[in-house]
Ligand binder design. Structure first.
Ligand SMILES: [Zn+2]
Ligand SMILES: [Zn+2]
Length: 343
């Protein structure tokens, strides 16, 4: 029986209590329609931290135990299941949080498969990318352009598609002002996509390192959200506001920055305490994107129009990366890599 190593979660708990264990487990085999992927890299998402620490146990996540977390995965095809076309052993590929959807419901039939009520989420319902190998469904696996480094490309599969989904829901362009709240893994990608539309981008965050990255990536202005005067200066100034930080304080700041008649798009949970109908504002939610949008993200990256900013950690050091994320001590996205699989 072939074996592999993976970070497995047996019992969720605070990251300080070491809930992940690097253990040997059986290497899965690709069934019909599936691929076995030798994982090169997997991004470390805040939602991984929520699941690992047990925040979602009441909601039934993780759905299996033990589970291998991780949902922004790149690697190479190691085995091809029966009936799969378009993939060959060695192909560079990636998997996003949407592991599978039914293909039949109203959402799947209207290119909104990320809303499928039967959707399966990578690393939450099935084993994900925090290990040496993982299974995927060929229909939900993407070719990674050869121009892209597989470690750098991993965050395209969650922050990248999440950002694209947000930007695609609004009509941004020259002459408009967009304020982005939350400049971590997702925010730094959305910022580049917003800049690419020609809009003027204000980046708002509370970490100096994040604000510096935002300037490097083309923000017209950065605002330190711990500075009340700086925040007051952008009140009622943005046609569009994007939020990627899920605290009530950020939501309040975001709403006060939004112009009358403006649109706020959120990719995080939101509690809006005061909503003034007479300001005629719009609030939209956004989660991930469809497969066509995922391919568009990969094309943008291959053309050099967007790039990820990553900090690399060996796969075995997942706990270190998660602890750094929990402590707010990352310049951008942490990415785990398998030293033996990186070229
Ligand atoms: Zn994610
Ligand atoms: Zn469906």
């Amino acid at each position: 029986m072939a074996m592999m190593h993976a970070n497995q979660l047996f019992t969720p708990g605070p990251i300080g209590s070491d809930p992940l264990t690097w253990t040997e487990k059986e290497r899965p085999e690709a069934g019909p329609g599936q691929l076995l992927i030798e994982v090169v890299a997997c991004g470390v998402c805040r939602s991984n931290l929520h699941m690992i620490e047990g925040d979602w146990v009441d909601g039934g996540v993780p759905a299996i135990s033990p589970i291998v977390p991780g949902h922004e995965v790149t690697g190479r095809v190691a085995a091809v299941g029966d009936g799969v076309q378009g993939f060959a052993i060695g192909d560079p590929v990636g998997v996003q949080p949407l592991y599978w959807a039914c293909g039949d419901c109203e959402f799947c039939a209207s290119d909104r498969e990320q809303l499928c009520h039967q959707r399966v989420i990578t690393g939450e319902h099935v084993d994900g990318g925090y290990g040496e190998f993982m299974l995927s469904w060929a229909d939900y696996t993407f070719h990674v352009p050869v121009a892209l480094d597989l470690v750098d490309a991993a965050p395209l599969f969650c922050p990248g598609i999440t950002s694209y989904g947000v930007i695609d829901k609004i009509d941004l362009g020259p002459g408009q002002v967009v304020a982005i709240f939350g400049l971590g893994g997702v925010g730094h990608m959305a910022l580049q996509m917003a800049v690419a539309t020609g809009a003027e981008v204000i980046a708002v965050g509370r970490t100096r390192a994040h604000l510096d990255v935002a300037l490097e990536l083309g923000a017209a202005k950065v605002v330190d959200s711990t500075d009340a005067a700086e925040l007051a200066a952008i009140e009622d100034s943005a046609d569009v506001v994007l939020t990627f930080a899920g605290s009530d304080e950020v939501t309040r700041q975001a709403m006060s920055t939004l112009k009358w008649g403006g649109t706020l798009v959120s990719a995080v949970p939101l509690n809006v305490e005061e909503f003034h109908f007479n300001k005629q504002q719009t609030i939209k939610g956004s989660i991930l994107g469809n497969r066509e949008q995922m391919n568009a993200v990969l094309a943008m990256a291959a053309e050099g129009r967007i790039r990820t900013v990553v900090e690399r950690f060996p796969m075995q050091d997942a706990t270190t990366a998660l602890a750094r994320l929990a402590a707010g001590d990352l310049r951008s996205r942490a990415v785990l890599f398998n030293p033996g699989a990186v070229e």
